[in-house]
Design a protein around this ligand. Structure first.
Ligand SMILES: Cc1cc2nc3c(=O)[nH]c(=O)nc-3n(C[C@H](O)[C@H](O)[C@H](O)COP(=O)(O)O)c2cc1C
Length: 158
């Protein structure tokens, strides 16, 4: 099984979780990891939150957005203002090759407010693009360094 993990991480939490997920998936086959980079990120909390709240799309650095050669598609984002970070929204809009694919959606979050909404938002977009089966997991920001905990959440989800 060929997997791809696409994630956005501003302060490193989601990146850590993506790393642990990659280790798990490597037991099943090759894993490609794509980190999304926002080219117009403000760096200021309120600007970031306001843009995310309005479900803005970010300008992202070029990546391979054709996922057709992968069997399992994984999408990770921090929860920003009850939704995905703008860079993830952009990628979800433009990616190809999602039809009939199995997807894993994962988030990291602070308080947890809006976490389900964020996952539902991502799932809705991918549903409309033909993805079929969804698995989801989320890690609270203070748990991302607890590898055993993260692994257990991943195992539960897989
Ligand atoms: C702009 C902004 C908005 C956020 N909004 C939420 C939110 O609505 N709900 C929540 O639980 N956490 C929220 N957080 C916390 C992040 O989701 C959390 O810190 C996450 O682990 C950051 O991931 P990263 O290090 O990969 O960027 C927000 C953080 C930022 C910077």
């Amino acid at each position: 099984m060929k997997s791809v993990i696409i994630y956005y991480s501003f302060s490193g939490n989601t990146k850590k979780v993506a790393g642990v997920l990659s280790e798990h998936l490597k037991e099943k086959g090759p894993v490609e990891t794509i980190e999304l980079k926002s080219l117009d990120e403000s760096g200021k909390f309120f600007t970031q939150a306001a843009r995310a709240f309005r479900r803005k799309r970010a300008e992202i650095a070029p990546v391979n957005f054709d996922l057709c050669e992968h069997d399992l598609l994984c999408f990770g984002t921090p929860v920003w203002a009850f939704g995905p970070a703008p860079a993830m929204n952009t990628f979800l809009d433009i990616c190809l090759g999602t039809k009939d694919k199995e997807a894993i959606l994962f988030t990291t979050y602070g308080s947890g407010t809006g976490n389900e909404r964020c996952l539902n938002y991502m799932q809705d977009i991918l549903n409309k693009k033909g993805a079929k089966q969804f698995k989801r997991f989320s890690i609270q920001q203070f748990k991302v360094n607890d590898k055993e905990f993260v692994s257990s959440k991943i195992k539960e989800a897989l």
